[in-house]
Design a binder for this molecule. Structure first.
Ligand code: 13P
Ligand code: SF4
Length: 309
């Protein structure tokens, strides 16, 4: 009988324990390839929120970052939500505090607050609507035109939504440091080198990069567009973990990352070993205080009611 490699043995143990624990493994599109391959579902923030609700499981091992696991915990108070490493944070989510949001609300009394899902539970509890990169335009389109809108924290997604909807949004100065490193000059140079390539850009990229895009999309939107594209070459402007899925699903296409070193250190802390330990010890449980959870769930329910555009 052939002997199993250490990785195969690790995966076999994860699968055994997952069944025993009645657990599911959810992975964001930016996770390393071996985590994506072991997961029950791989997707973007909106899809993962929906799957956390829909998949029958007692335990959810969330392979993504803290705000994603926290969102799953808010939506599923009866499930145990685990994050394999609590250091998996999000630099953008850390850019706005409740005090800063309250100050902004005080400056614009009566304004509706739309928060990007990349925020803490406490910020969601202070917001009226939540959205992800895939439905932000539709969420804003659904708000009556006579209402002022505060959009937090991502200035680049906010600016994109303002342009797409023709609405004037009150923006905050948050941003993702990973996407901020994607330079328009690099994308322009790649386009010059591969003129037939389709350029897919995540809305967290700076505005000058959006201008070079064929389409501005969420991570799963990029995966769908890559499959649907008639182009043989694709230029992908987002975190590089997504290349694993796009290359796997499109073996006949050449896929170029617009920035080779744009990897999110928070996403990278998760490993197969940590998933196993997480299942063994039921660690680390992500809990949201009930007083915050019941307020945050309103904004999230409104997010789930709006489909991806
Ligand atoms: P998506 O919802 O498009 O997957 O984006 C999440 C994220 O954190 C991007 O940096
Ligand atoms: Fe947060 Fe940026 Fe990492 Fe996404 S890529 S999780 S926005 S730091």
């Amino acid at each position: 009988m052939p002997t199993l490699s250490a990785t195969d043995e690790l995966i076999a143990r994860i699968q055994r324990l997952k069944a025993e624990r009645q657990a599911v493994i959810l992975s964001h599109n930016y996770q390393i390839g071996e985590i994506q391959d072991v997961a029950d579902f791989v997707g973007d923030s909106l899809e993962l929120s929906r799957m956390a609700v829909e998949m029958p499981a007692k335990v959810i091992v969330f392979c993504g970052v803290h705000f994603m696991a926290e969102t799953a915990a808010i939506l599923n108070p009866d499930k145990t939500v685990l994050l394999p490493d609590l250091d998996a944070g999000c630099s953008m989510a850390d850019m706005i505090t409740v005090e800063q949001l309250r100050a902004l609300k005080a400056e614009h009394p009566g304004a509706v607050v739309v928060c990007y899902v990349n925020t803490t539970a406490a910020i969601k509890a202070e917001s009226d609507y939540c959205c992800t990169s895939s439905n932000a335009v539709r969420v804003v389109e659904g708000i009556p035109r006579d209402r002022e809108i505060i959009f937090i924290p991502d200035q680049f997604l906010g600016d994109h939504v303002a342009k797409q909807t023709g609405r004037k949004l009150i923006l905050y100065n948050g941003y993702c440091p990973v996407h901020y490193r994607i330079m328009a000059s690099d994308v322009a140079a790649m386009k010059a080198e591969h003129p037939a390539a389709e350029v897919l850009v995540h809305p967290e990229c700076p505005g000058e990069v959006h201008e070079l895009a064929d389409q501005v999309l969420s991570t799963s939107g990029m995966c769908r567009a890559a499959k649907a594209s008639s182009a043989d070459e694709l230029i992908i402007a987002t975190e590089i973990g997504i290349l694993h899925r796009i290359e796997k699903e499109n073996p006949d296409k050449r896929v170029y990352a617009s920035c080779q070193w744009c990897d999110c250190s928070h996403m990278r802390v998760n490993t197969l070993e940590k998933i196993l330990w997480s299942l063994e010890d039921l660690q680390h449980v992500v809990r949201v205080p009930e007083e915050i959870r019941v307020r945050a769930v309103r904004a999230l329910d409104r997010m789930l009611a709006v489909a991806a555009s």
